[in-house]
Design a binder for this molecule. Sequence first.
Ligand code: G
Ligand code: G
Ligand code: MN
Ligand code: NA
Length: 254
Amino acid sequence: GRVLDRIGDALTEEQLELHYQPKIDLIGRRVAGFEALLRWNHPTDGLISPRAFIDHLEYTDHAGAVGRFVIERAIAQLHRLDSEALNYSISVNLSPSHFLSPTFCDDLWHALQACPFRIRERLILELLETTALDDSNRVIETLQACRELGVQISLDDFGTGYSSLDYFRRLPANEIKIDRSFVQDMRDNSDDEMIVHAIIGLAKSFKRHIVAEGIEDTATQARLIEMGCEYGQGFLYSRPLPADAALEWARNFC
Ligand code: G
Ligand code: G
Ligand code: MN
Ligand code: NA
């Protein structure tokens, strides 16, 4: 509706911000980093979740501008962390249409210009598994170019697409994130638990890092640790928080 038509103004009027959800090292019991999640702080409608506008945005001319904003803001945050001697990673969700656009690699190159390698390697780009399936050769080339710039790649919402094992093997991803639909139900649903177990095994076989998202209770956490899952995210630890609150949360976590 009318609010969505104003997404272009949101950028110029600085109404977009990133919130941060901690990513926990399940074995070491420490904060490994954060996932940056977009919020639209609308002057009259309040804080709007990307669920309400992200799909719409993909079909507008603003997807690239918002994608650049998210990447640049996350890099600025990484610089701030680095200046405080904090080596947390920051994961950003890539817009599918921005990622598949011809300017994506230039945009990333430009955003990373003033970044030393130690900061670049803390930026993790989350690509939806379903986007990775779009045009395989181009996707692999673009991901390779990203890796050459020093950043890491994560396959998000993994298990919801249909990657063949051969294609998965060729994708230059550092990490896979198990879709939260499987994690949320694995306590009560043995099929979901088997899927989670299989994805963890796949990640280990191909030497990819593995993250479970959507952890909401300690029983699920315990089972994931038993299965050898390295990292976790979810409401059990924290909801996404504004930057300062997220850092404060991390200081108090142990
Ligand atoms: O944070 P929340 O649960 O409201 O996010 C809803 C959806 O929006 C999730 O699927 C998430 O991946 C997506 N999302 C959040 N932030 C961004 C972003 O910066 N860019 C893109 N493309 N998607 C995002
Ligand atoms: O698609 P993506 O994985 O990027 O989605 C991230 C979204 O998932 C965030 O908007 C966040 O609010 C939401 N999320 C994170 N942890 C949990 C959780 O434990 N339970 C539920 N229901 N949603 C979560
Ligand atoms: Mn994500
Ligand atoms: Na996800």
